[in-house]
Design a protein around this ligand. Structure first.
Ligand SMILES: [Fe+2]
Ligand SMILES: [Fe+2]
Length: 221
């Protein structure tokens, strides 16, 4: 008996939430910034994430045939570059010159390299809008709390009022697409592997790998 796609996706969400529950309150920030936790460094790293998310959505759009998945990717492509612009403006207010900063100077991230190789719609949506945007929400929650503790209410407000609700929307759309299309055991297997690989590769979750029940111990099958 194939698992109902709604139950399948609910189980994936529960698995992700269980993983996120193991995170300390600044773990995602320390992981991605390799310990250099300050607002400007984290905003610059966010520029790279936004750029990569936008590029991936654009890359996948013409070779993803399902129209609902295209809508999800097209919206995300635009929104992520909008976030890029908003974060650049905030960096300028903080005295940085965003035009002088190239977020891809060191190349794309390992997660981007993995995601760009995915060929099927369920894998792309699972790894991209569904899992990556879930990670983004956790990271942004930690970032907002960090900004408030550092006295930067303006950056926190930008995330809470615009960026974070849109990442949540991307994740919800990804979830709906998976619920619609991950309807056979084979497709669910692909979606599961893409979700778990994304969680295992994401820079923001690197600290989890060091914990005893870390993500690398979860078998991909
Ligand atoms: Fe974004
Ligand atoms: Fe997003």
């Amino acid at each position: 008996m194939p698992v109902n796609s709604h139950d399948f996706v609910a189980a994936l969400v529960a698995e992700m939430d269980g993983l996120f529950a193991q995170l300390g309150e600044t773990d995602t920030l320390e992981s991605e910034a390799e310990g250099r936790v300050d607002v400007v460094t984290l905003l610059k790293l966010a520029l790279k994430s936004e750029m990569e998310a936008s590029e991936l959505a654009a890359l996948w759009l013409p070779t993803t045939p399902e129209v609902d998945a295209k809508m999800c990717l097209a919206l995300q492509c635009g929104d992520e570059m909008k976030h890029y612009g908003l974060i650049s403006e905030r960096l300028a207010q903080l005295g940085e010159d965003p035009a002088a900063f190239d977020p891809l100077a060191d190349g794309h991230s390992p997660l981007y390299q993995y995601l760009r190789g995915l060929r099927t719609t369920v894998e792309r949506i699972a790894g991209g809008p569904f899992a990556s945007e879930a990670i983004a929400q956790v990271r942004n929650r930690q970032f907002v709390a960090f900004c408030r503790s550092a006295g930067d209410g303006q950056t926190a407000d930008l995330y809470e009022s615009v960026i974070q609700p849109e990442e949540a929307h991307h994740h919800r759309l990804g979830r709906q697409v998976l619920e619609k299309h991950a309807v056979t055991p084979e497709l669910q297997e692909l979606a599961l592997a893409a979700t778990r690989n994304t969680l295992a590769i994401a820079d923001e979750l690197r600290n989890l790998a060091a914990k005893t029940t870390g993500i690398h111990s979860i078998p991909v099958s």
